[in-house]
Design a protein around this ligand. Structure first.
Ligand code: NAD
Length: 249
């Protein structure tokens, strides 16, 4: 299935890392963004950033020929049409439901009828995106974690209409990227699927501890790392997710 051609919509923190992961897994990938600055950062980060191909070679995770091949399979463009022309599209635009619905409407219009449309939304109902298309059976959630090149999360979100073939294709691509797909059910009334709902509950409690003057942000971070061997504490996790874990080289 590595002859599947994949498009990634949005070249920000997630889109660029997802595009790189897919190229490393052997897929031909094109990633679009209307912002030239974002495209420039994406090209730089996927090549020479903290999780880019050059560092992967330097750390012995990738041999130089593999990195060169992955770079050759990865292309960035300002043209959304090039992404829509692929057989699988992973949408990674900012977390705004109105924007994502518009993107799904546009992708549905521009793509071939059998193209699978996946969203990396952090938690909007996939059924709301599917309803913007005439192909709800080919719409699915594929939630990655940051940095996508490293984290194994593949939270695969199916609606009542997502077809088994769509689910199986996306799970197979995720496995080829070295991820661990877990299929969960969409919930039209709740934001966050599973991982972010549980993470959100923990974060609310952490904020209440700070508000009550029991401990500082830094102390909460330290305690949670020491107690549960988390790589960073809850507040540091939010900073990393939004700022991209110091991606720039
Ligand atoms: N950052 C995280 O830790 C994380 C983790 C999992 C999921 N997500 C989700 O991934 C999605 C993207 O998040 P991000 O952190 O990469 O955001 P980001 O702001 O870094 O990147 C979004 C990119 O989308 C681009 N964009 C805007 N309109 C577009 C359009 N019409 N076509 C193509 N590109 C367009 C922007 O220019 C920007 O470069 C969001 O839904 C977010 O909730 C984020």
């Amino acid at each position: 299935m590595s002859d599947l051609e994949i498009g990634v919509l949005g070249a920000g923190v997630m889109g660029s890392g997802i595009a790189q992961s897919l190229a490393q897994a052997g897929y031909q990938v094109v990633c679009s963004d209307p912002d030239e600055g974002a495209l420039e950062r994406a090209r730089r980060n996927t090549q020479a950033g903290r999780y880019g191909l050059e560092r992967a070679v330097a750390r012995g995770k990738l041999d130089p020929a593999e990195a060169e091949d992955a770079a050759a399979r990865l292309r960035f463009t300002s043209q959304m049409e090039e992404v829509a022309a692929r057989q699988l599209v992973v949408e990674c635009v900012p977390e705004r439901l109105d924007l994502k619905i518009r993107m799904f409407r546009d992708l549905d219009r521009l793509s071939a009828p059998d193209t699978i449309l996946a969203s990396n939304t952090s938690g909007f109902p996939i059924s709301a995106l599917a309803a913007a298309t005439d192909r709800p059976e080919r719409v699915i959630g594929w939630h990655w974690a940051s940095p996508p090149q490293v984290m194994r999360l593949a939270e695969i979100v199916v609606t009542q209409e997502t077809s088994p073939a769509t689910r199986d294709t996306v799970c197979e691509v995720a496995r080829r990227c070295g991820k661990t797909p877990v299929v969960v059910r969409d919930h039209p009334m709740a934001w966050g699927f599973v991982a972010n709902r549980i993470y959100g509950a923990m974060l609310r409690e952490a904020a209440q501890v700070v508000d009550a003057g029991i401990a500082s942000h830094a102390e909460v971070n330290q305690l949670m790392m020491d107690a549960f061997r988390w790589p960073v504490g809850p507040f540091a996790m939010v900073e990393g997710a939004t700022q991209g874990w110091n991606q720039d080289s």
